[in-house]
Write a protein that binds this ligand. Structure first.
Ligand SMILES: C[S@@+](CC[C@H](N)C(=O)[O-])C[C@H]1O[C@@H](n2cnc3c(N)ncnc32)[C@H](O)[C@@H]1O
Length: 281
């Protein structure tokens, strides 16, 4: 686990309603990249761990017989179910629980187990061992995230509006919540861990592959989209502000209006980094 931090169920409390609107999507084409990389053909089952509002599970549902999303946040699962219905997807279901409840939380036999920006919140060594048990021989562990520090060519086209004032927003969050990054009821002074490659190797996975799905498209965002983005993040989730939530919302609106008087912002969609590992046959 993360040194000095203890997981609790308030980690994303209040974020679900903002998630779909606030977060930028993965790079268009990420699902097709995974289909090609893993030879997905409509058979087998996918487990999406920390599925949130079903982002990965619903995007990949057409490539599997069944997809199962696991998440401890009931509001996220309710949102996933709303999205499933809206998109008319009939082979997805949701299971409440933590990754640490695996392998028991679901019945085994998965072709793919995916983590979309969620593995870092788990007890990774324990969870990787449980995933190994749940996968069919040759099955894949998939790790998806926004590419950190994308190369300059991904940002070649000019932005038609100001970029979101990320540093000023962070300052405002720090003003309300203190200098250390918050997460649930605790703090994460050193952020969340990386180097999942070492964790997966320790667990006995092999054949690591890395795919970067290019993006860079210009996305236009309004004030409410950016407010939703801020509340979708664990370190500025609504519960953290307590009875100062409306004060923070007011100050955030004012900051955004000052940064862009017509309330429009633009940014480049980040590339998506996909890492896969295989369970030995
Ligand atoms: C950043 S969101 C990612 C949602 C979605 N996978 C995506 O790619 O957009 C992280 C999700 O992980 C879930 N989560 C946090 N800790 C978890 C744990 N220990 N086990 C399973 N899910 C967890 C949260 O409830 C949240 O829905």
């Amino acid at each position: 686990m993360i040194d000095g931090w203890r997981w609790d169920s308030t980690l994303f409390q209040g974020s679900a309603a903002y998630y779909g609107r606030g977060r930028l999507p993965y790079a268009p084409g990420f699902a097709e990249t995974l289909r090609a990389a893993l030879g997905l053909d409509g058979r087998g089952r996918l487990l999406d761990v920390g599925c949130g509002p079903g982002t990965v599970a619903l995007a990949l549902a057409g490539f599997f017989q069944e997809v199962v999303g696991l998440d401890p946040d009931q509001d996220m699962l309710a949102e996933a179910e709303r999205q499933r219905e809206r998109r008319g997807i009939t082979n997805a279901r949701w299971v409440p629980g933590r990754a640490e409840d695996l392998p028991g939380a679901v019945s085994g036999g998965f072709r793919v187990v995916a983590f979309g920006q969620s593995f870092h919140w788990t007890d990774r060594d324990r969870v990787a061992a449980a995933v190994l048990e749940l996968l069919e021989p040759g099955g894949a562990f998939v790790h998806l995230s926004d590419l950190k520090n994308p190369p300059a060519e991904a940002h070649s086209s000019p932005l038609p509006h100001p970029a979101p004032p990320a540093e000023q927003i962070s300052e405002l969050v720090r003003h309300y919540l203190g200098p250390e990054r918050r997460a649930g009821q605790g703090t994460l002074p050193n952020g969340t861990p990386g180097r999942e490659d070492l964790v997966l190797a320790r667990a006995g996975f092999e054949n690591a592959e890395r795919h970067v799905v290019p993006a860079g498209q210009v996305v236009t965002r309004g004030v409410d989209d950016l407010v939703a983005w801020v509340f979708s993040l664990s370190f500025s989730a609504p519960h953290l502000f307590g009875d100062r939530l409306e004060d923070f919302r007011r100050d955030l609106h004012a900051l955004l209006r000052q940064a862009s008087p017509d309330g429009r912002f633009a940014e480049h969609l980040p590339p998506t980094e996909i890492m896969t590992w295989r369970r030995p046959r």
